[in-house]
Design a protein around this ligand. Structure first.
Ligand code: GLA
Length: 733
């Protein structure tokens, strides 16, 4: 790994064993993109032929020069100077002009990387894990200094980028757009993959051609959203899970975002991602700075599994911060689907007791324990225990749960309030609401104005009191509605365009304070399930409730889709009751567990209410998970067959030494007289001989090249597994 600066040619070459990223200075001093892809010799001088030549209707930088921005590949393009594509930033100056031009000024190269104040970001554990390049560029006329940050990691084909904009002039200006990165690609022949959905069906992979014009996804909901995830893959048409070129872009941010590919008529793609510029306007006074969120950019020539595995490793090692980092996650039992808000202490203790008997390690009390919270019309904002339900408070309950030998966890939703709450009655101006307009409610609740420090302070104090006076090992931090009428009362007009971003900065700051005060707590983020499942959140909460949809079949799709961008250990996955609450579908407890193992694992039902036979199975499942959870949660995952394309979906996890692997297959529908179905395995050592479920012995190469058969000897077709059935295969070398 290294960053080489060729002084003469003014070229920066960032490289590690897998990738190269080359940046140059264009004729007019703007920062140019020269190469991004597989590692090339770092001494190569990269020549940018693209932008040379006089062309009709292109505007050249100087009349006599053979250089036009319209054909250039740029790193952080400006508006208004002959590049007619989207700019990466826009600055509205006092005189009303938006024309800017950033000219190279200076650079800095150093080991490791610095954090971004107030924002989540990847970090290094030791200084030699990464190197950082800062390129400083200036527009003296507008008084802008932009520092472009690039960090290359030693062990992963990853470059992290973000930008700091500083006002070095004497007048205030407004940043109206400041994306985290711009990547110009000299080739239009790519497909775009994004991950979309809605409540209950988050992160389905969608692939489409990048054709001329714009391909874009965004969120304007105030959170990253269940609808579109801030993670994009650009891939070549023939790239599949096992081979081919692809780039991944994961935005380390949880608020409004946009990801956009602009394919121009000269055969180039301009890709950009960052804070959504819609209704974003950030006044920057002289000497003030603005930092964009970070984006993780990864590149592979070895297919989508490799791309995902690299991201997983980076996130586990260099993004997640928790005492549970790279550690097995406790098997939990959550009461939400069992009781919703209708519980007494006795009922809770009964559920927890049965969980203990089954072997769970952590009991989580969900919504309904505070204020007047008996339904979702009241109570949010009042983080004081409801002693009608829990006479001895959270203090007493947590102690009783601990005495059973279980850890105790608690649900909170600190970003919201109900009209029927003491908080709202005392502080009606603490919610986001447009003056003299009707408020749009969501789940009967309003969003607190986290752009105001006093609101965040109040929540911190309330929560500190609850947590510090009880024994709490885990917090589920929920967020159950999107932002509407984004207007901050008591902020002046000039600042209203900052509120979406300040909101999310407020959320991050509360997380930061609670994490500092309670470093041993395991945080799980949640937003009506997976509506804020992003790399930004993982910096604060190492796991996230993947979806409110706990149906086994739906979870196959949701977890499969999520695995493209996020590690297995980050996915909250629980076995719930059958028929399922969200879909009404019935599935055997075995099949529900086989899916939930590939995640943090737990139960979301009253174990007192299942049959003795199922309960005996639950005990076995927990024992099995305890024996194998390091492999499930931190093994290398290979997606083998997609549930979106196949009746039989399949994936596997492989240990680092390749001596153990666990494969699962999931059949959606039983087919009479099924044809030959084989699943080809991946990631094994070709020369090892593996026993499969303690029986058959097969070589790794055979399992990967020929696959294993889905039909069982000595069984008639009608005896084979039914609809929505799964199998687990344990492979041991
Ligand atoms: C959201 C969460 C659920 C549960 C409920 C409680 O929907 O996603 O898991 O916590 O809120 O109100």
């Amino acid at each position: 790994m290294g960053i080489k600066f060729n002084e003469k040619e003014k070229q920066f070459h960032l490289f590690n064993s897998k990738i190269s990223y080359v940046i140059g200075i264009c004729l007019d001093g703007e920062i140019g993109q020269l190469y991004f892809g597989k590692r090339i010799n770092e001494n190569q001088v990269v020549l940018d032929y693209q932008s040379a030549g006089l062309r009709p209707l292109c505007c050249n930088v100087k009349e006599e020069e053979n250089y036009t921005k319209e054909l250039a590949l740029l790193e952080y393009p400006a508006f208004g100077n002959g590049d007619f594509r989207d700019p990466a930033y826009e600055v509205l100056q006092e005189n009303g002009s938006r024309v800017t031009n950033l000219v190279y000024d200076n650079y800095r190269i150093y080991d490791s990387k610095e954090g971004i104040l107030g924002l989540p970001a990847t970090y290094t554990n030791t200084d030699d894990e990464a190197q950082t390049l800062e390129i400083i560029a200036k527009d003296d006329e507008a008084g802008i200094e932009a520092t472009l940050y690039y960090t290359i990691f030693r062990d992963y084909p990853v470059i992290c980028r973000h930008v700091r904009i500083k006002n070095i002039g004497t007048k205030e200006f407004k940043i109206e757009r400041a994306l985290s990165c711009n990547l110009d690609i000299p080739d239009i022949d790519y497909e775009w993959m994004h991950f979309e959905g809605a409540w209950g069906r988050e992160r389905s992979p969608i692939t489409r051609d990048i054709s001329h014009g714009i391909t874009e996804i965004e969120s304007m909901r105030g959170h990253s959203s269940a609808n579109y995830n801030p993670f994009i893959i650009l891939k070549k048409k023939n790239t599949d899970e096992f081979k081919g070129e692809a780039m991944g872009f994961s935005l380390v941010y949880s608020g409004n975002f946009v990801a956009r590919a602009q394919a121009d008529t000269f055969g180039k793609i301009r890709f950009s991602i960052g804070i959504n510029p819609k209704w974003f306007s950030w006044p920057l006074a002289p000497q003030e700075c603005f930092d964009t969120p970070e984006v993780i950019i990864t590149y592979t020539q070895d297919g989508l599994n490799d791309l995902s595995q690299n991201l997983h490793k980076l996130m586990n090692n260099n993004l997640v911060r928790s005492c549970y980092k790279n550690k097995p996650r406790p098997i939990l039992l959550n009461n939400w689907e069992a009781t919703e808000m209708d519980f007494t202490e006795e009922k809770i203790l009964n559920i927890a007791r049965k969980g203990k008997e089954a072997g769970v390690e952590l009991f989580v009390l969900d919504d309904g324990w505070f204020g007047a919270r008996n339904d979702d019309y009241a109570g949010l904002g009042d983080w004081v225990v409801n002693t009608d339900k829990l006479p001895e408070g959270i203090t007493g309950l947590s102690k009783k749960i601990n005495d059973m030998g279980l850890k105790f966890g608690l649900w909170i939703e600190p970003e919201m309030t109900n009209e029927d709450s003491d908080m709202y009655r005392a502080h009606p101006d603490w919610v986001l609401a447009a003056p003299n307009r009707k408020r749009t409610l969501g789940r009967h609740q309003m969003v607190l104005d986290y752009s105001k420090p006093e609101v965040v302070d109040n929540l911190y104090e309330q929560l500190y009191k609850v947590i510090s006076t009880a024994s709490i090992d885990y917090i589920k931090w929920d967020m159950n509605r999107s932002i509407t009428e984004c207007f901050s009362q008591n902020h002046d007009a000039r600042e209203q365009g900052t509120i979406y971003h300040k909101y999310i900065l407020g959320v991050y700051s509360l997380y930061e304070r609670l994490k500092a005060a309670f470093p041993n707590i395991l945080f799980e983020s949640c937003a009506s399930g997976g509506a804020r499942f992003d790399a930004g959140m993982l910096y604060y909460a190492p796991q996230a409730w993947t979806s409110d949809d706990t149906d086994g079949y739906e979870r196959v799709k949701i977890q499969y889709g999520t695995s493209f961008g996020y590690p297995i250990a980050s996915m909250g996955s629980h076995v719930s009751a059958s028929p399922n609450l969200q879909t009404g579908r019935s599935m055997k407890i075995k099949d529900r567990a086989n899916i939930a193992y590939f995640g943090t694992f737990g139960y979301e039902l009253d174990l007192n209410e299942i049959s003795e036979e199922d309960f005996a199975e639950v005990k076995e499942q927990i024992k099995f998970m305890k024996e194998n959870r390091e492999l499930f949660q931190y093994g290398t995952i290979y997606r083998l067959q997609s549930p979106f394309d196949h009746n039989i979906a399949s994936w596997m996890v492989v240990s680092e030494d390749k001596k153990k692997a666990i494969l699962t297959t999931y059949k959606k529908e039983n087919v009479p007289n099924m044809g030959i179905e084989k699943v080809k395995l991946a990631g094994l050592n070709p020369d090892y001989q593996y026993t499969i479920n303690g029986k058959a012995q097969m070589y790794g190469d055979y399992l990967m090249e020929a696959g294993i058969s889905m039909s069982e000897k000595n069984k008639f077709w009608f005896e084979s597994d039914g609809d929505h059935s799964s199998r687990i295969y344990i492979l041991e070398a």
